[in-house]
Write a new protein. Structure first.
Length: 102
C-alpha cells in the first residue's frame, strides 16, 4: 500500500463490495451489538480501507466488521480511505493483515 494516506471520504455502503476470494467470517448479527451501539453514539472513528474498481464502485480491503455494524445501524455511508491499488495488491494486503492478526 502506498505511504501517502488519502483524505477520508464518505462512501455509500451500497457501492462497497467484497474482494473475491477473501474469506469473511460471518458472525450472527447480535454479536455486533456493542459496535452498533458505539457507532450510533459516537460515530465511526476509524475509516474503512477501500480500493476503487474500474467501474467506479469500491472493494472493501479492511473494515469488514465496521461495514456490517454500519449496515445493521442503518447508516447509508461509511468514512473510507480509498487507495489506488490493483485487486491483486488489495488481496495481498488482506492476506498479510489476516496472517498478522489471526
Amino acid at each position: 500500500m502506498p505511504n501517502e494516506k488519502p483524505i477520508p471520504q464518505q462512501i455509500p455502503i451500497e457501492k462497497i463490495h467484497d474482494l473475491p476470494g477473501i474469506p469473511i467470517v460471518k458472525l450472527p448479527d447480535k454479536s455486533y451489538g456493542g459496535l452498533v451501539t458505539f457507532m450510533l453514539l459516537d460515530g465511526i472513528k476509524e475509516p474503512v480501507i477501500l480500493r476503487q474498481r474500474e467501474d467506479g464502485e469500491y472493494q472493501l480491503v479492511s473494515g469488514f466488521r465496521r461495514r456490517k455494524a454500519a449496515e445493521l445501524s442503518k447508516l447509508k455511508e461509511l468514512p473510507a480511505l480509498v487507495y489506488d491499488m490493483t485487486e491483486k495488491e488489495a488481496m495481498a494486503y488482506c492476506e498479510k493483515r489476516n496472517a498478522e492478526n489471526p
